[in-house]
Structure formats: structure tokens, C-alpha cells
Design a protein around this ligand. Structure first.
Ligand SMILES: [Zn+2]
Length: 267
């Protein structure tokens, strides 16, 4: 059992001083008072910090330090169990992978990389006239997201190549989905479309529930997650992990000693 973190103790150092007697408030500015203040300031500060004995709230925001996790097991092909110095963690493997992939795609989509994969069979897309016009208007914006449509006549477009980060076998679906966004809401900025693309790609490529990960895969997922800019949430905002702190566990198992009963229960 991990030892319970002791409550912060307020130290009262023995203070030997000659009382300073003041008769009116103007004397508060005296050198004597100033010296006393400086000398005993640290004790004062400690007393202010004292009421930290209340339960500490678990705050999971990007500013917090991500725990150093050591992998324990996988559960139901869905959750990973890991321990850290401050307790037990349950990690949602789908949410965790989504986060890792999302940060990867966000970087890739942002790069204006000339690296493209030629399609063996070009994709031909055809749309009704009104939609074709809208697509033609947004053809440059689409190109900035890596979707290169060429006018192929009679309301059709041809795609000959795509960015290397498109998933094999899903090129056509991915392109169609991205074109669809422009038909629905072409007013989004390129940055917003990049964000949408990164979320879509991360979701498409992430492992779903009921998927066995071997120890190596599980450990490497945890390592990747730890390197993320915001490892605490998936791009949709769901948490990637939940924490049972040592004191949460101690409370759940009633291992916390009741101060009124003394040390009677051997644990
Ligand atoms: Zn998600």
C-alpha cells in the first residue's frame, strides 16, 4: 500500500522576541516594525497555506504534467490499465489513439508538402451543376488541404494524386467527404478545414473498441500519448484517461485511518 500523503504541517518555530509596544498607527511605519515583519514573514506565509487538508481536486488540463505511466494490462479490448506514482489510470485506447493521430495529421495537413501519392486509377467525381460551380469556386481552397481536383468537363472532376497521409483504400471516401464540407459550408477558413480534416483522419485511422493490443503496442500507444501537446482529451473533447489517486483508492477500500480509533487495524 502506498503511504498516505501526510497533510501539510504548519511549523511554528520558537519565537523569542521582545514585544514592540506602539501607541498609535504612525508607529507602524517604524524601522523596528519593518524588521519584525521581514524576520517573521515566512511563518506568516506558512499559516496562510495551512487549510490544504481538504480533498484535492483532480485537475486534468493541458497545463498539468502528464503522469509517467507504466503499463499493466488491457481490459475488454477497450481500456488500458496503467500505474503511476500517484495512483491507477484507466486509458481509453480509442480516445488515446485519436489524440495521437490528430496531432500527427494536424502537423501533416499544415505542411505544404509536395510529397504526393499518384493514384493507379484516377478518381472521377461528378456532381450536379450547382454543386460543380461551388466546387470550382473552392478548388484552390481544396488544393490547400491536399485535395487536387481538375476540371474534367461536364460537371466532373478528376483526382490523379493525393497527399501521402491519406489512408490506403479510403482515398475516394476521404476526398468526397472533404468536398462535401465545401458544399455545406464553404465559409470556413482554411485553418478550420484543416482542423476538420485532422479530426476526420484521426477518427478514421484509430483503433476501435474490442481490439486486442499486445504489450508492445499498448506501451507504444502510452508513450505516444505522453508526447502529445494535450494528452488529456481526444479531439472531440472526451477524456483519454481517468485517474484513481492513491487516496481515492484508500478511501474506496476504507484504508484511511480514522483518527478517533487509533492504529488498531493492521494493513
Ligand atoms: Zn474522439
Amino acid at each position: 500500500m502506498a503511504p498516505k500523503k501526510p497533510a501539510p504541517v504548519v511549523k511554528h518555530e520558537p519565537v523569542n522576541y521582545t514585544p514592540i509596544i506602539i501607541n498609535d498607527s504612525s508607529q507602524l511605519a517604524s524601522a523596528e516594525i519593518k524588521e519584525w515583519d521581514q524576520k517573521y514573514q515566512p511563518t506568516k506565509t506558512k499559516e496562510v497555506e495551512a487549510p490544504v487538508t481538504e480533498p484535492v481536486e483532480i485537475k486534468e488540463t493541458p497545463e498539468d504534467k502528464f503522469p509517467t505511466l507504466s503499463y499493466l494490462a488491457q481490459m475488454h479490448g477497450t481500456y488500458l490499465l496503467a500505474q503511476a506514482a500517484d495512483g491507477l489510470y484507466l486509458i481509453d485506447q480509442h480516445a488515446a489513439q485519436e489524440r495521437c493521430k490528430y496531432e500527427y495529421y494536424r502537423t501533416e495537413i499544415g505542411k505544404v508538402s509536395p510529397a504526393k501519392q499518384e493514384l493507379l486509377v484516377p478518381i472521377i467525381l461528378s456532381y450536379p451543376t450547382a454543386e460543380s460551380l461551388k466546387i470550382t469556386e473552392n478548388i484552390d481552397k481544396l488544393a490547400q488541404l491536399g485535395v487536387e481536383l481538375e476540371d474534367f468537363g461536364q460537371n466532373t472532376f478528376i483526382v490523379r494524386r493525393h497527399p501521402i497521409w491519406f489512408k490506403k483504400g479510403q482515398e475516394e471516401d476521404t476526398i468526397k467527404e472533404m468536398v462535401e464540407w465545401f458544399l455545406v459550408d464553404h465559409k470556413l477558413t482554411i485553418a478550420q478545414f484543416r482542423e476538420k480534416t485532422a479530426i476526420m483522419m484521426s477518427c478514421k485511422r484509430s483503433i476501435k473498441a474490442n481490439h486486442h493490443l499486445d504489450e508492445f503496442q499498448a506501451k507504444s500507444l502510452l508513450e505516444q500519448l505522453a508526447k502529445c501537446e494535450n494528452p488529456f482529451n481526444c479531439p472531440h473533447g472526451r477524456p483519454t484517461l481517468v485517474h484513481f489517486s492513491n487516496s481515492d483508492l484508500e478511501h474506496m477500500f476504507k484504508r484511511i485511518q480514522d483518527p478517533h480509533q487509533g492504529n488498531s487495524h493492521e494493513m
